[in-house]
Structures are given as structure tokens and as C-alpha cells.
Design a binder for this molecule. Structure first.
Ligand code: SF4
Ligand code: SF4
Length: 165
């Protein structure tokens, strides 16, 4: 299972490119109501948390392409900012706290290497407040901002972090 998740995380951008382009094509070609997209975002949010932005969304794809071309980091800040106007991001981000699948830590096997925290952009922004493994800190996976990139889970050397029900 870990191997599958690692492979998915490695291919995340390709998955986003295919699903984002497909959604854009289908919705524009067949004039499907945007409400169906909102519904899909909420349902996926209930099950997986905020996966829509980084795994499915056509706008997310455009933002990631812009970010990859931008060197001074301004677009990186815009990536979070543009989501303020997106109801799918509001709902599914809020659902990170309640979703069926969650990022879970096995405290018995964790060796406190810190590799997970180094991968997480939420921890990077607020390292005192958030950590994936340190006690008495908030879990970034439950935060509104976590877009379920799952890089923290993929980098964990011994499977102490999992993404499961
Ligand atoms: S999935 Fe993990 S690394 Fe990615 S934002 Fe969420 S907590 Fe951070
Ligand atoms: S990467 Fe895994 S073992 Fe290392 S601190 Fe994080 S949860 Fe613990």
C-alpha cells in the first residue's frame, strides 16, 4: 500500500494534469453546470479531505504551472490566495477535520527524524504551531490549508505516517 501511495505522490502532477484537463474539456464541451463540480468537491472532501485542489482542479493545474515558472515566490503566495475565491476549497478545507481518510501518526514506531515536517508547507510557514510528529502541536493535516499533497506520508522512512480511515 505504501508503494502505491508513493507512486501516486510521485505522479501527482501528471494525475492533476490529466484530471484537470479532462474536467475542463467535459464541462465546457457539454455545458455541465458548475454545481456538479461543487458537489464533487464536497463529496471528495467528506471522504478524502481537501484533495480537489492538488489532484483534480483545472485552476489548481494552471496555478501549479505558473508556480513552476515563477522564481521569486510571489505566485506561490497567490496559490493559497486564489483559493479564497473558491467554494470547493472552503468546503473541502473545512472538511479536513472531519473527513473519513486522515493522516495518522503511529507514535510507537516514529523515530522523530523530522523528515515529514521538512516536506510540509504548513509546518514551514508556522513551525512552532504545527508538526506532524511533535507532541503538543497542531496537526497540519487537519488544517484548512492542507491540500493532501501527501508528501509527508510518502517521505516517512518506516510507515509511521499513514493516510487511512
Ligand atoms: S499532506 Fe502532509 S505535507 Fe502535504 S500539506 Fe498536508 S500535512 Fe503538509
Ligand atoms: S518522517 Fe515518520 S518517522 Fe520521521 S518524524 Fe515523521 S512520522 Fe516520525
Amino acid at each position: 500500500m505504501r508503494k502505491v501511495l508513493k507512486a501516486l505522490v510521485d505522479k501527482r502532477f501528471a494525475i492533476l494534469a490529466v484530471s484537470g484537463a479532462t474536467i475542463y474539456y467535459v464541462f465546457t464541451q457539454y455545458y455541465i453546470s458548475i454545481w456538479w463540480l461543487l458537489l464533487a468537491g464536497v463529496i471528495s472532501g467528506l471522504i478524502f479531505g481537501k484533495v480537489f485542489c492538488r489532484w483534480v482542479c483545472p485552476m489548481g493545474l494552471i496555478m501549479e504551472i505558473m508556480m513552476s515558472m515563477n522564481k521569486d515566490g510571489k505566485i506561490k503566495q497567490m496559490y493559497q490566495y486564489h483559493k479564497l475565491g473558491c467554494p470547493i476549497a472552503w468546503f473541502s478545507g473545512w472538511l479536513n477535520k472531519f473527513s473519513l481518510f486522515k493522516i495518522k501518526l503511529n507514535t510507537d514506531s516514529c523515530i522523530s527524524c523530522g523528515a515529514c515536517d521538512k516536506k510540509c508547507y504548513i509546518v514551514a510557514m508556522e513551525p512552532v504551531k504545527y508538526s506532524l510528529y511533535k507532541p503538543k502541536t497542531l496537526k497540519p493535516g487537519d488544517s484548512y490549508t492542507c491540500s493532501k499533497c501527501l508528501e509527508c506520508v510518502a517521505v516517512c522512512p518506516n510507515g509511521s505516517l499513514t493516510y487511512k480511515v
